[in-house]
Structure formats: C-alpha cells, structure tokens
Design a protein around this ligand. Structure first.
Ligand code: NAD
Ligand code: IPM
Ligand code: MN
Length: 365
C-alpha cells in the first residue's frame, strides 16, 4: 500500500466545488489502485485573506512544500479585486508558484471526439487538435523588476512592469519543451515577440542554441500575434508550443476554446525537484460560483496529471482519464459543454458520473 500526502487548496469561487469532486475521484481511484492519500486542506487566495489576512499564509506554503503534490482549485473574486497588490488573491497564487519553484507549466489542449461539437470552431478545423502549451511560469513580466506605481515628469501617475528573462530561465524551460515535444510528435514552436522585445530576442537566441541538443525535434519560431491568429485558423499545425509567462497565459485560454470549454483544461506546474502544483487553467468563475454549475473535469483531469507527473502513478492517471471519457460517452455534460441531445448535469452530478466510471474502468495498460 503506497501512501501520499496531498495538499488541497480549494481557494475561492468555484474552487471548493471542483476540488471536492476531484478529491472524491482521487480517493476512489486510490482505493482501486492500492494507493492511500492523506489530504490536508489549506487556505489560499481570497478565503485565506478573509481568514488570516494574507493570500498565501506561511502555513499553507510550508504544508504545500512538505507534501507529495498540491492540487489547487482557483482563486480570486470581485470582493478582493480592489485590494492592494500584496493583498490580492492572485498575489497568493504567484507566491505559491514562486515558493514551490514550479517554473514549467504544462497545459495540454486536445479536442475530444465526444466534444467536437462543443468547439466554437468548425468541425473540420477542431477535429483531432492535440497540442501542448509549455508556459514559463516563474519569470517574465509577472515577476520582473522594477515594477510599481510612480509619477512621470508631467506629474501623471504611471504603472510599470518589466519583462525580463535570464539565460538560465530560458534554457531550462526550453529543455522541458524539447523533451515534451520529443515524446509527442517531435515538433516544437517557440512563440515570442522577438521583432520588438529584447527579452524575446534573448529567448529566441537561447531556444535556438538549446535546439542543437535535440536534433530529432523540429523547431520553428512564431511571433505571438501571428500565433494567436494561427491557433484559430489552423490549430492542427501545432504540436508543442513553448512560450513566456504572459503569452502562455493568453494562448492557453485561447487554445481551451478550440477544445470546447475552459472548464475542460488541466495543467501541471513542475520544478526541478519538490512537489508539483496541479490546477485547472480556469479561474474562480464568480459568475457561476455557488450554483453547482461549474465543470469539474478540468480539475479532475488535473488530478490525473498529478498522478502522472507528480507521483508517477501512470495507471491511476489513465483510470481517471478513461473515466472522464466514459462519463462523456454516456452523454453527461455540464452547461459549458452542453448541446442538444446530451444530459445536462451540475458539478456534483458530473462528479458522481465520473465516480461511477472510475469504478467500472479497467484502464488500458
Ligand atoms: P474565469 O476562468 O474564472 O472565467 C471565465 C469564464 O469561463 C466565466 O464565464 C466562467 O463562468 C467560465 N468558466 C471558468 N471555469 C469554468 C468551469 N470550470 N465550468 C464552467 N464555466 C467555467 O476567468 P475570469 O472571469 O477572467 O476571472 C475570474 C477570477 O478568477 C478573477 O479573480 C481572476 O483573477 C481569477 N483567476 C484565477 C485563476 C486561477 O486560480 N488559476 C485563473 C484565472 C483567473
Ligand atoms: C492562470 C491565471 C493566473 C495567471 C492569475 C490568476 C495570476 O490567469 O493561472 O492562468 O495569470 O497565471
Ligand atoms: Mn490565465
């Protein structure tokens, strides 16, 4: 019997709703795969601000660091939107990523045959899309200094940020991306703004240099504005995309819509060592929070990534992924992926259907 400690960070809005589904799915999967999970739930984001006065209490970070993996729901909400920077829920999430040193964020986006009709793109464009966005997560404009507020020479208030990348940051994310591409279709597209930004010029230079270590991977470069256009024009041209923190944030939300809904897309954030952080790419969805409407599948699939990338439990990961497909095959859909002819269910009921499928799945070896 293997035992792992998982830190659960439900957070705000729909976060607690989707985490509670994922927790049950992990529990049942574990019991069928000979894995025991010890769950510790900790506050983060707005709920931590309300409880403790900080978006990332030190107890939360140290619990996360000491566990085998971390599963996060979502953070943020109107209530805290006008807080000062250091007291924003989002700051807590950034501190968590920085504290866990998880610089590599893997965001897969694939169009499931069951959900082709949920895509906003034409069937022939969406069908068969299977891409992986490798987003740099602990650098760039999110963390660069100097940053802040000031006044300019005209006495006008200014807000400023700095896009900055060091060679070692680019090299390590590039290697993760080349390794990822090598295991997939062997095609890597690096997305930047090297026609304008110095940080992108260095990015392109280093990614090109690292490419010599991976002669089997076909590398291309694309400017981010073109990439945003190409993603909706012909997404199948992409296999693995590597990009900086902010472009990766934006392009992964865009990619999610090709697959039908942001409520479907999971992510894994990994560092050189220590626990990984696993979270859906969506936010706290305050417009539907507390109404049992959220799609829990992005978080359930993040739990599968946790098993695969965080714990090396491939069979358990496959069991969860197969269960998600099975629940979809049986016609169950939350509102965000619903279309005529399917069975509309809420967050909890979707979770129950996945649980039924986990029970009956014999995962592919
Ligand atoms: P959002 O992702 O929360 O929501 C965007 C839209 O997608 C909304 O209409 C929402 O209802 C829908 N949606 C999102 N997840 C869904 C799900 N699982 N099922 C069904 N529909 C879903 O983005 P936003 O509205 O721009 O941001 C809301 C808050 O979330 C903000 O405070 C923001 O900072 C925060 N946020 C947090 C994270 C995170 O925790 N990782 C990510 C993005 C945004
Ligand atoms: C995400 C979110 C976060 C980000 C915010 C909430 C800090 O949009 O996880 O994609 O920008 O990274
Ligand atoms: Mn985002």
């Amino acid at each position: 019997q293997k035992r792992y400690t998982i830190t659960l960070l439900p957070g705000d809005g729909i976060g607690p709703e989707v985490i509670s589904v994922a927790k049950e799915v992990l529990k049942l999967t574990g019991s069928l795969e000979g894995i025991e999970f010890g769950f510790q739930e900790m506050p983060v984001g707005g709920s931590a601000l309300d409880l403790i006065g900080l978006p990332l209490p030190k107890e939360t970070l140290s619990a996360a660091k000491q566990s085998d993996a971390v599963l996060l729901g979502a953070i943020g909400g109107y209530k805290w939107d006008n807080n000062e920077k250091h007291l924003k829920p989002e700051t807590g999430l950034l501190q968590l990523r920085e504290g866990l040193k998880v610089f590599a964020n893997l965001r897969p986006a694939s169009v499931l045959p069951q959900l082709v009709d949920a895509s906003t793109l034409k069937k022939e464009i969406a069908e068969g899309v299977d891409l992986m966005v490798v987003r740099e997560l602990t650098g760039g404009i999110y963390f660069g200094k100097p940053r802040g507020f000031s006044t300019n020479e005209n006495g006008d208030e200014i807000g400023f940020n700095t896009e900055v990348y060091a060679t070692y940051e680019i090299d390590r994310i590039a290697r993760i991306a080349f390794e990822t591409a090598r295991k997939r279709c062997g095609k890597l597209c690096s997305v930047d703004k090297a026609n304008v930004l110095e940080a992108s010029m260095l990015w392109r230079k280093r990614v090109t240099a690292i490419a010599s270590e991976y002669p089997d991977v076909e590398l291309s470069h694309m400017y981010v504005d073109n990439a945003a256009m190409q993603l909706v024009r012909n997404p199948k041209q992409f296999d693995t995309i590597v990009t900086n923190n902010i472009f990766g944030d934006i392009l992964s939300d865009e990619a999610s819509m090709i697959t039908g809904s942001i409520g479907m897309l999971p992510s894994a954030s990994l560092g050189e060592s220590g626990p990984g952080l696993f979270e859906p790419i969506h936010g706290s969805a305050p417009d539907i929070a507390g109404q049992d409407k959220a799609n829990p599948l992005a978080t359930v699939l993040s739990a599968a990534m946790l098993l695969r990338y965080g714990l090396g439990e491939e069979n358990a990961a496959k069991r969860i992924e197969a269960a998600v497909l099975d629940a979809l095959n049986r016609g169950f859909r939350t509102g965000d992926i619903h279309s005529a002819g399917n069975k509309l269910v809420g967050c909890k009921a979707m979770g129950d259907e996945v649980l039924k499928s986990v029970d009956s799945q014999i995962p592919a070896a």
